[in-house]
Design a protein. Structure first.
Length: 276
């Protein structure tokens, strides 16, 4: 029996400092995988650095609809963008999600995936989505599954271990519907993914105790994913994001030698999505 764990750092490319922190969390710690925000200014350059400095770090795409600007011209995807040409913020996106043009969503996501391929020269290891936006409606989730099928790649499970409320960024009012449509679509598409996804290592719960609690919830064998958000942060980023210096706390925990020793003590094999 084999117990395997993917520790995925979201938001690669969000800033050069966050990307550097994720690389450090891999080189000096236990992070095995990351997903990149290809619509951010430094993403392509940061990915090139990752290919050189962290060749064993799994690299996927963090599909974006709620932050920054799209890669496609705003005029081609009007249902996704503001009059200024950027993506809608999360609160507004929630209200607009049921009416989004799914063809526009798919086109923008494919543009982000192709930007990853252009920057790295290879396919991503997997997909997930910023703010879990791909889980907000059945149409969005089906579109993500369709894209994953077309590229032949795994995805992050849409339902976290325990309750969906443990997924930060998924608005509470959307949870009941998601708990109905997500299992149906998973059964229909059967995408490759770990057996369980753990999202509770976040914010005030990003502690050594919570990380160890998650490890204790694993079955004797199988493949599991823990989401994390390590990174270095400066004052400028802290002014624009509600999740800023918490990233440095995560980085300290994920690079603590005691955490690696605990993973090894439990016989857990650290892998990336590329090994699914």
């Amino acid at each position: 029996m084999t117990l395997r764990l993917i520790i995925n750092a979201d938001d690669y490319g969000r800033t050069p400092d966050i990307s550097r922190g994720i690389r450090d969390a891999h080189l000096r710690g236990i992070v095995t995988s990351s997903t990149a925000m290809l619509n951010m200014p430094s993403a392509a350059a940061d990915l090139k650095i990752a290919i050189e400095e962290t060749p064993e770090l799994g690299l996927g795409v963090h599909l974006v609809l709620t932050s920054g600007k799209p890669l496609l011209p705003a005029a081609k995807i009007p249902s996704l963008t503001t009059p200024e040409g950027g993506f809608h913020k999360l609160d507004k996106f929630v209200s607009l999600a049921p009416a989004l043009n799914l063809a526009e969503v798919k086109a923008e996501w494919i543009a982000q995936i192709e930007a990853f391929i252009s920057a790295t020269g290879k396919n991503p290891t997997h997909f997930d989505s910023h703010h879990h936006a791909s889980y907000f409606t059945p149409g969005l989730l089906q579109t993500m599954f369709e894209v994953a099928r077309e590229y032949g790649l795994p995805i992050r499970l849409p339902i976290a271990h325990g309750t969906a409320k443990s997924i930060d960024g998924l608005p509470e009012e959307l949870i009941p519907a998601m708990l109905e449509f997500a299992p149906q679509l998973l059964e229909q598409f059967q995408p490759r993914s770990p057996e369980a996804f753990f999202a509770s290592f976040y914010d005030e719960n990003a502690t050594r105790g919570e990380f160890l609690r998650i490890l204790s919830n694993f079955l004797p064998n199988g493949t599991f994913e823990i989401m994390c958000h390590p990174g270095y942060v400066d004052e400028a980023f802290a002014k624009e994001s509600v999740y800023a210096f918490q990233r440095q706390t995560e980085l300290e925990i994920l690079t603590d030698p005691a955490m690696r020793k605990e993973v090894e003590r439990r016989g857990i094999q650290l892998i990336s999505f590329a090994q699914l």
